[in-house]
Design a protein around this ligand. Sequence first.
Ligand code: ATP
Length: 312
Amino acid sequence: MILTVTMNPSIDMSYQLDQFSIDSVNRTTKVLKTAGGKGINVTRVLHQLNEPVLATGIIGGYLGEYLVNQMNEQLIPSDFYKSTQETRNCIAILHQGQQTELLEAGPTFSKEEELSFIDHYTNLIKDVSVVTISGSLPQGLDSDFYTKLIKIAQEKAIPVLLDTSGKALIHSLKNTHAKPFLIKPNQHEISELLEKPVATNFQELKNDLENPIFDGIEWIVVSLGADGAFVKHNDTYYKADIPTIIVVNPVGSGDSTVAGLAAGINQQLSDEEIIKYAMTTGILNTMEEQTGFINREKFDEYYQQVVVQKYE
Ligand code: ATP
């Protein structure tokens, strides 16, 4: 079973407007309220792939309950640690082909809550084969928090796929005792990590991935949007070419890619198959309106069109 970790989930509210007027009243009947957060997207896609999955993290209050109820309605298993603090709302206003977002920072967790969650996670991890950790850290948790979760998994030889950015990612790469099994930076995240603009030129990317900061990370999947991905697995490099498609909504494609990687690794597929799997789930997400959502029926058609080649 795959355990997905979302430390700062949200209720994502999307409001569709014909026109958005600032400093005025805007009315709409087109409202969507969905369980959100990068790890929740990963969970949803894994569930659509029929992979055994369990979602965890911290939820609280009325919105936390709403989130779990929504997952229950979709028959997605979850076991969150319950805090007394309310889960956050994130608002997206869709107008004239544009998207304006209002993201709450969310709760600030205490040391006590951190330790209680770690106990909860340690109990859950007994029955899992792969862990995914996604998204930014909530307030109150230090940048070494994900490293603590990785260490607990590593002691049980459970691979951890980490999809985060900023200080939490840097800390997990620099820690010598516990390393993620896989990271999936996009072009922006890898540029931020290396503190320089990273091009999509594969030879340059290959040189960049030889940077000592990546030592000890088995898989590095650099996702490149419509350009597919460049991948390092131990000392082998791959490039993934994907078909040109009509994009409906690319948000959540990275999460969908992580779901595909976790599924492929959990099924112990070959390198090429894991990469093809992940590219396909990323592509399928861009073809849907809903974030972190795929149409499983189109899987085979697009899987056939992804080309993965070794890069020397
Ligand atoms: P997000 O932050 O929106 O979740 P990301 O920046 O982490 O996404 P991307 O590199 O944009 O991730 O996309 C991940 C994968 O999704 C790509 O490797 C590709 O397979 C697919 N994808 C993304 N954008 C496109 C596109 N325009 N056309 C086809 N496939 C796409």
